[in-house]
Design a protein around this ligand. Structure first.
Ligand SMILES: [Fe+2]
Length: 237
């Protein structure tokens, strides 16, 4: 859908053809829904004072919280203003998105503070507060993601170019610590329904990345899964 033409500098729409594949955001949303569904139970299951187990769970909570912060930052930076310029009729939807992002950010701040407190002592009372805070994020986020998928994504896929859409993913890759790449990649792959995975890998990952995944990253991801879910990780897709 992307066609490079000499830029006039007058309007970015003349550079690329509009229309983009937004299916990756549905995978990302699936990871967040899964994460905020599973994390409260993981936190509650940590025995009182078990600092080693609390650290494993706290690191996973921290990762998914950070991922959500980064994902929303990317949307704030690269979607709302551009979408309103292209489709002024979307303004009300954009206002809802901004307000929901603010709500989620507030709830995430509460959860982030509780993770920091809980991981130092694995105190069950703090753990319960953290689990409840994560459930609140999950509830508010669930409403937001549903609205975004219904009211925003279909319009963006029509009026953004692929290069514009890809800026969100590039922003996320730039913000994440490199050592978290195997977990991010593994969760994305697991978010694809099993029957579509091989095709997805071939269509979405260049050969060197697929090789890196098979040779190095998959092993690290499996180790992460086993440490977090010793009895088996609940499916994402
Ligand atoms: Fe969002």
């Amino acid at each position: 859908m992307t066609k490079r033409l000499p830029s006039t500098g007058a309007d970015d729409r003349v550079v690329d053809e509009t229309g983009c594949d937004t299916s990756d955001i549905l995978l990302v949303h699936r990871i967040f829904r899964w994460g905020f569904r599973e994390m409260p139970a993981l936190v509650r299951a940590v025995p009182a004072g078990d600092l080693e187990r609390a650290e494993i769970v706290a690191a996973a909570v921290e990762l998914i919280d950070k991922a959500l912060h980064i994902h929303h930052e990317g949307e704030d930076r690269f979607i709302w203003d551009r979408l309103e310029r292209r489709e002024p009729g979307c303004s009300l939807h954009v206002d809802v998105m901004k307000a929901q992002h603010a709500q989620v950010a507030e709830l995430l701040d509460v959860a982030d503070g509780l993770v920091a407190e809980w991981r130092t002592g694995a105190d069950p009372v703090t753990g319960e507060r953290l689990a409840t805070a994560l459930e609140s994020v999950g509830t508010t986020l669930g409403v937001h993601l549903g609205r975004e998928e219904a009211d925003i994504v279909p319009i963006v896929s029509r009026v953004f170019t692929q290069a514009e859409w890809d800026e969100i993913g590039e922003h996320a890759r730039g913000e994440f610590p490199k050592e978290t790449m195997p977990v991010q990649m593994g969760l994305m792959i697991d978010a694809v329904p099993a029957g579509e995975r091989d095709e997805w890998l071939h269509e979405n990952l260049p050969l060197p990345v697929r090789a890196l995944w098979s040779l190095v990253m998959r092993r690290k991801y499996t180790a992460w899964q086993r440490s977090l879910f010793p009895e088996g990780m609940p499916a994402l897709a």
